[in-house]
Design a binder for this molecule. Structure first.
Ligand code: ADP
Length: 226
């Protein structure tokens, strides 16, 4: 579960990115976070991943209070989250299999864990035949599916996707969003930041709209409200 309670964020240069945001996302939800450029969406994600701290207000992520979290606890908090970016961020010199092994090793998995989990997750994202491919041998849509596999591989409670379809054509975007919807249906909480109005309207999920650092709408089964 995620909670932001009356959260303010002012950057060192005086930019006020968030002004009193309240947001609660329960386990199992699928939420779109939308809003114009500069409205504070990335700032919310950075607060949730522990990359930035709020200036005022409380931030809680999957049982961790990020206001007084210890530095050594941050990696444990991050393990509860899988993060997906617009630009995929795969390791280019590693195959799909090696990209996945790498993030499983970080958490001290056994070879047996990896042998079981990697084929399962590759099958889930529809890439069973690409384990030995390198990222630059794959299409954008396939690379994003690898990134989704990587986000899922350590079985996080929640996936945060920052403009996951920003680099893809409409057909691929639809496929990626459908895949994220399926992953949510299997129990993982999903927070998806997006600019893509048509997709948001099509999926009929909870839509949280932010503008100038303030939440201006929060609608279940909602439509783009800007
Ligand atoms: P969005 O993701 O919706 O485009 P951001 O969260 O990136 O919005 O930005 C919100 C506001 O905070 C903007 O005015 C932006 O210029 C400012 N901002 C973002 N990051 C920083 C930073 N590191 N330092 C100073 N200001 C920042």
């Amino acid at each position: 579960m995620i909670r932001l309670m009356d959260v303010y964020k002012e950057y060192d240069n005086g930019n006020k990115a968030l002004r009193g945001v309240n947001l609660r996302i329960d386990d199992g939800e699928f939420v779109f976070l939308v809003g114009p450029s500069g409205s504070g969406k990335s700032t919310i994600i950075k607060l949730l991943t522990g990359e930035e701290r709020s200036t005022k207000g409380r931030v809680t992520v999957n049982g961790y209070n990020l206001n007084n979290i210890r530095r050594w606890q941050i990696p444990y908090m991050r393990r509860t989250l899988g993060v997906i970016f617009q630009d995929f961020r795969l390791i280019e010199k590693k195959t799909v299999q090696e990209n996945l092994e790498f993030v499983m090793r970080i958490i001290g998995s056994t070879k047996r864990d990896r042998r079981r989990r990697i084929p399962y997750v590759l099958d889930l994202v529809g890439l069973s035949d690409k384990a030995d491919a390198y990222p630059n041998e794959m299409s954008g849509g396939e690379q994003q599916r690898v990134a989704i596999a990587r986000a899922l591989i350590n079985n996080p409670q929640m996936i945060i996707a920052d403009e996951p379809t920003g680099n893809l054509d409409p057909q691929r975007s639809l496929e990626i969003m459908t895949l994220l919807e399926r992953i949510n249906a299997m129990g993982t909480t999903l927070l998806v930041v997006t600019h893509e109005r048509e997709l948001v309207d099509r999926f009929s999920k909870r839509v949280v709209t932010i503008r100038d650092g303030e939440m201006v709408s929060d609608a279940q089964g909602g439509y783009w409200q800007i």
